[in-house]
Design a binder for this molecule. Structure first.
Ligand SMILES: [Zn+2]
Ligand SMILES: [Zn+2]
Length: 117
């Protein structure tokens, strides 16, 4: 491309090199993709959504739940121990001191039990 007569080299993104958001190492083979549901789609009031720092993803990891949990831990998310790491996680606002977010797969009907990821 050219802007004001100056040639701008096109930035080439290496799409083959996908990095795990858990350990930051390259992923060879099929990455595990985890998306976080749009908060607006849950019962959470809109004020939560606007304050939400949640990046819905999809986030990509090595196909190992430990790498996903490492990312959750670093991002400050709690993890519901009644759930499992799945492709779609639901964010749940937790009101303990500062607002925190817990992630749950939403597969159980009783109360969440959030623990450090
Ligand atoms: Zn990894
Ligand atoms: Zn739960």
């Amino acid at each position: 491309m050219e802007i004001l007569g100056i040639r701008i080299p096109t930035v080439i993104h290496d799409i083959d090199s996908v990095r795990c958001e858990g350990c930051h190492e390259a992923i060879s083979g099929q990455p595990m993709r985890v998306s976080i549901l749009d908060v607006v789609a849950t019962e959470a009031p809109p004020s939560w959504a606007t304050a939400s720092p949640i990046n819905p993803g999809p986030h990509q990891f090595h196909p190992d739940a430990a790498h996903v949990r490492a990312w959750m831990r670093r991002a400050g998310y709690l993890f519901c121990r009644k759930s499992a790491v799945r492709e779609i996680m639901r964010p749940v606002p937790i009101l303990i001191g500062d607002t925190a977010w817990g992630l749950c797969d939403g597969a159980h009907r009783d109360d969440h039990e959030f623990v450090p990821a």
